[in-house]
Design a binder for this molecule. Structure first.
Ligand SMILES: Nc1nc2c(ncn2[C@@H]2O[C@H](COP(=O)(O)OP(=O)(O)OP(=O)(O)O)[C@@H](O)[C@H]2O)c(=O)[nH]1
Ligand SMILES: Nc1nc2c(ncn2[C@@H]2O[C@H](COP(=O)(O)OP(=O)(O)OP(=O)(O)O)[C@@H](O)[C@H]2O)c(=O)[nH]1
Length: 436
């Protein structure tokens, strides 16, 4: 995410502009690299491009020459950390020597700088900005942070120069990676062939040999997917103990590159220790998971079988209560056409961002209906919550004495988030942080 920094002398209206840009509500960003605690920062999500806004203000009242030193440091930091700089000056006071000094420093930065003249509250004050052209800059922006005048025009121009996050854009445009994992012989290759719609030619391996996982591109509803098939253990003949182990390593490697993981289980064999191991790994890695029970055709069933099987599965995979379950037969093709639809849905959830106000509403309701625990005689307080990441959805709740929150309350809050927002197939990460 790009960073926009507000710099300028004390009292020019930096905080006012900061609040004006972020709107009423204020999302605290956690652990922004290089952003120190003493500066105010917020994630701004209400414009077309989200960005991080830093208010570099808050100097102690000090002598003029100390101030100049601080301002140099401040703008230096802004230059290093920010992608775009808003240099705020005071239209009422006019241009000051320290403004001139800072501007000359910023000019050498080679980053977009907007020269903002604040406190130009009405057309009458517009004349005051003329003075600032002596800085030799191409353009100055006259605004009133307090009244909002000129701010949206300024923001339009700021957004236009914000470098769009190349990595994020690429990731966004690029494919969803789907790993198909499971023990040897559960039917991974057969499933992959079903999903691809054709028989992929598998290199003819001899007993005991392995190959790397195979990536196959696939398109579904205009979205590109890559199927990572971790099959690769010879399937003819006996599968030795050693090969079983190796298949775990293969599965782990495949999952490392995946967004969504299909954990394939052989219906006729049930859940094994190894299935739990690989699924547990997928969970720890924060991957989205779908449980696929294959070879469903081999099961003699009545109307209760699927329900019973699901219950047993839930019991085994206690840590994956959010994972959808599909019963399929790669052999006959029964219900295999539902797999990609489910993958699409889960991948969307995996990438979903919840606006902070909605999260705060859920947190508020949750803490009202079930208060946080006491910690050393005092009630733990939770004030606000924000989503800090996707893939997997990750949240940080800010409060007091949060170290007093234990597993059960943590789980309660995760469940409340899940109830409110779904996140089917996705693990939810929730962290607590004490507000300073
Ligand atoms: N008339 C007018 N006053 C403003 C405007 N913006 C801010 N102010 C006032 O200017 C004073 C300083 O505003 P702040 O936003 O606290 O200034 P700051 O640059 O963040 O100050 P520091 O935190 O000391 O760096 C406050 O009294 C504001 O009400 C504006 O657009 N017009
Ligand atoms: N009855 C039945 N047999 C299946 C089904 N899916 C796969 N099989 C059979 O199970 C065997 C193993 O299938 P594969 O697709 O090769 O399994 P795999 O998981 O890729 O195996 P490895 O490559 O050893 O990891 C083959 O004989 C398949 O024909 C199914 O849905 N029903």
């Amino acid at each position: 995410m790009s960073v926009v920094a507000i710099v300028g002398r004390p009292n020019v209206g930096k905080s006012t502009l900061f609040n004006r840009i972020i709107g009423q509500r204020r999302a605290i960003v956690e652990d922004v690299p290089g952003v120190t605690r003493d500066r105010n920062y917020a994630e701004v999500t209400r414009y077309s491009t989200p960005f991080i806004l830093i208010d570099t203000g808050g100097f102690e009242p000090i002598s003029e020459d100390r101030l100049l030193v601080q301002m140099r440091e401040q703008s230096q930091l802004a230059v290093e950390e920010a992608d775009v700089i808003l240099m705020v000056m005071d239209g009422r006071e006019g241009l000051t020597p320290s403004d001139v000094e800072v501007v000359s420093g910023l000019r050498r930065a080679g980053k977009p700088v907007f020269y903002v003249i604040n406190k130009v509250d009405g057309p009458k004050q517009d004349a005051e900005t003329v003075d600032f052209y002596s800085l030799g800059v191409d353009k100055v922006h006259a605004i009133s942070a307090e009244h909002g005048r000129g701010v949206s025009d300024l923001m339009d121009e700021v957004l236009a120069v914000l470098p769009h996050d190349e990595l994020a854009a690429e990731e966004e445009a690029s494919e969803v990676r789907l790993a198909v994992i499971g023990r040897p012989n559960v039917g991974k290759s057969s499933l992959v062939n079903r999903l691809l719609g054709y028989e992929r030619v598998v290199a003819n391996a001899t007993a005991g040999t392995t190959r790397d996982s195979i990536d196959s591109p696939l398109e579904y509803n205009d979205q590109r997917y890559v199927l990572i098939d971790t099959a690769g253990i010879r399937r003819k003949g006996k599968v030795s103990q050693k090969l079983e182990k190796f298949s775990v390593v293969q599965a782990l490697k495949g999952m490392d590159r995946a967004h969504v993981v299909l954990v394939v289980i052989d219906a006729s064999e049930g859940v094994t220790e190894q299935d739990l191991t690989v699924a547990g790994y997928a969970y720890e890695k924060g991957r989205a998971v779908i449980l696929v029970v294959n070879k469903w055709d081999l099961i003699v069933k009545d109307h209760k079988t699927m329900g019973q099987y699901t219950a047993d599965l839930r019991d085994s995979f206690k840590f994956l209560p959010f994972a959808p379950v599909l019963f399929v037969s790669a052999l006959s093709g029964q219900r295999t056409n539902r797999i990609m639809g489910m993958v699409e849905k889960v991948a969307a959830e995996f990438n979903r961002r919840i606006p902070t106000p909605e999260l705060n509403r859920v947190l508020k309701e949750a803490t009202i209906s079930h208060a946080p625990p006491m910690s050393q005689g005092k009630r733990v307080k939770l004030f606000y919550i924000t989503q800090t990441a996707v893939r997997p959805p990750t949240f940080v709740a800010f409060g007091n004495r949060t170290q007093g929150i234990h597993f059960s309350y943590h789980r309660y809050l995760v469940n409340q988030l899940r109830e409110a927002f779904g996140f089917e197939g996705c693990p939810i990460r929730l962290f607590f942080k004490d507000r300073e």
